[in-house]
Design a protein around this ligand. Structure first.
Ligand code: SF4
Length: 351
């Protein structure tokens, strides 16, 4: 399946300029963009992976990671081939760096039907960068919302005003993933983009939407763990959204072209945690370190654990029906949650 894209403009000589991501590829007739899945066919920009799903899975929402939006829910996750970034450590490189149009055919109606059939509460567009298949995600997302499901993007944030505007049609939640604290030299060398400014711009633009935002940062040892940049990133998040924006510092695992790098030491992640706390952010997390105390959510007032976690599991829930701390009544900025009985149902197998 393929479909004419919406996010593009026509240029002279049958060229087109793609407006889906900050690369703004200018694409000649018969050529494709850097992501490998949007191309110029007869002077029009075509999304070649429309309806071509290369990965489907049911995940806990905490795996995205999202901690402050409907904790305990079950998410129907999809991805396609291709990506607008070239991360040398990508854990999904088999999909993201595959410059081929491959996958199984699913219409938006079929995907939403499957999500409902499996008792999911929401849909996630993930595994590769969803902005590059935005028009397909939007068609799925609009239907999903009508069916009572919510929609999440797991995104690198390398977006445009046009793609952020389209997100408003259907998106409820997004996690924007900085890499190496957004440091220029890191993203040039290990991600293949000139700088992270478009990611910062996307986070700023999202503030004018109703979309729930969480920030992540993949901390890569030695080359992407500079605390000075971690402080700048934390300060930016604080200045843009205030102290209640969740931020997650994620452990790096060796993969793809960076197999000779070690995992991020726990101490390095804790240093990032401490910097973000010093800046004033209240809800800071360490990710990909199962069993670490900073996986849990702490009340910002009484400092007690309001959601005790182990990896993606919720072990203890100390919030009342209004998501206030049961110990001191402080309101915790969490949308929805276990009061809807989500967790009890999410791992039941549905035939
Ligand atoms: S989405 Fe793909 S074609 Fe469009 S600008 Fe980005 S890399 Fe280029």
């Amino acid at each position: 399946m393929e479909k004419e894209a919406v996010l593009y403009e026509r240029l002279p000589n049958d060229k087109v300029r793609c407006l889906a991501c900050a690369r703004y590829c200018e694409i000649g007739r018969g050529q494709i963009g850097l992501c490998g899945i949007r191309g110029n066919k007869d002077g029009k920009l075509v999304l070649y992976v429309y309806g071509k799903v290369a990965a489907v899975h049911i995940d806990p929402i905490e795996k995205k990671p999202v901690m402050h939006y409907k904790p305990g829910t079950k998410i129907f996750s999809i991805g396609t081939t291709g990506c607008n970034w070239l991360c040398r450590y990508c854990q999904n490189f088999d999909l993201s760096q595959r410059r081929k149009i491959e996958g199984d055919d699913y219409s938006p109606e079929q995907l939403v039907g499957r999500a409902l059939e499996y008792g999911c509460h929401g849909m996630a567009y993930t595994y590769n960068e969803p902005t590059i298949f935005m028009e397909f995600a939007r068609d799925c997302g609009v239907l999903a919302r009508k069916a009572g499901l919510f929609n999440i993007f797991v995104s690198n944030g390398y977006c445009t005003p046009e793609s952020v505007s389209m997100m408003k049609d259907f998106l409820d939640c997004i996690t924007v993933d900085f890499k190496g604290n957004g440091e220029k030299e890191f993203v040039r060398k290990f991600v293949g983009i000139p700088n992270s400014q478009p990611v910062f711009d996307t986070v700023t633009m999202l503030k004018d939407t109703k979309i729930h935002v969480e920030i992540t940062d993949l901390v890569v040892p030695k080359v992407g763990d500079n605390l000075e940049y971690a402080k700048k990133l934390s300060q930016f998040v604080y200045d843009t959204y205030g102290p209640e924006m969740p931020i997650h510092f994620l452990r790096f695992h060796p993969d793809y072209k960076m197999m000779d790098f070690p995992v991020t030491p726990t101490k390095t992640l804790e240093n990032h945690y401490n910097i973000a706390k010093q800046v004033g952010l209240k809800y800071v997390y360490i990710g990909n370190v199962p069993g670490h105390p900073y996986e849990s959510t702490y009340c910002s007032e009484c400092k007690k654990i309001v959601i005790r976690r182990y990896s993606v599991d919720i072990l203890e829930w100390n919030l009342d029906e209004n998501n206030c701390c049961r110990f001191c009544s402080n309101k915790i900025p969490i949308v929805g949650g276990l009061d809807k009985g989500y967790r009890e149902k999410r791992f039941e197998f549905v035939i």
